[in-house]
Write a new protein. Structure first.
Length: 209
């Protein structure tokens, strides 16, 4: 079973509590999502492999560490996942970005995939799927399904706020995918919203209703 790790760094927790506030403006919300994503990116990239490389300093030759050639891909679930991409890219500018677009069917309430655009070598990359919310788990499961269908094997899921129900569903469907979240909230309400949550992340990011 994949682990679910809550990243409880004080800066992340502080910024998340401002993000949750109802009166946080669209501009501030967008900036905070970006900042939290960058801080989380620092934590979730802890186990990236390093290799020895010989370099010349102004003083001497020396063997030091650098990231191995392992390629990274950031894959936001549209549309809210877009808000987390720049934070990750500020740490790993060479990462490729894929996109998975979904909407919720009004009648079945199930997610429906409408767009999948990924780097050609997605099967060779360490993938970070990003979405601010892990609520029912439906979108996350479908996104990971899409990636695995195309040969991806090394996948981590990164969100800001998760509900226990969504964590459980994603772990059951994809036990090889580790989940990283800034907060594990109390529950889902009858409308599928995370409680206490932060409302609709997409609407709050883009100023829509």
């Amino acid at each position: 079973m994949g682990k679910c790790q809550v990243i409880s760094h004080p800066l992340i927790q502080h910024k998340l509590s401002i993000l949750r506030r109802e009166d946080t403006s669209t501009k501030n919300f967008r900036e905070l999502v970006n900042e939290i994503a960058m801080l989380m990116g620092y934590e979730v990239s802890r186990d990236l492999p390093l290799e020895d490389v010989e370099i010349q300093t102004p003083v001497a030759k020396t063997v030091q560490k650098q990231l191995t050639g392992k390629k990274l891909a950031i894959v936001p679930i549209l549309r809210a996942g877009i808000g987390m991409v720049d934070g990750f890219l500020s740490l790993v500018p060479a990462a490729k970005v894929g996109h998975i677009g979904m909407y919720r069917d009004e009648e079945t309430l199930e997610p429906v995939e409408y767009l999948v655009k990924l780097p050609e070598d997605i099967d060779q990359r360490q993938i970070f799927v990003v979405d601010p919310m892990l609520a029912t788990g439906g979108s996350a499961i479908l996104a990971v399904d899409s990636l695995k269908k195309r040969g991806a094997a090394n996948i981590k899921f990164v969100c800001l706020v998760a509900a226990p129900e969504g964590v459980k569903k994603l772990q059951e469907a994809h036990p090889d995918v580790d989940i990283f979240t800034a907060a594990l909230d109390e529950k889902l309400n009858d409308h599928g919203y995370i409680v206490p949550g932060l409302g609709d992340a997409g609407d709050r990011l883009f100023g829509t209703k």
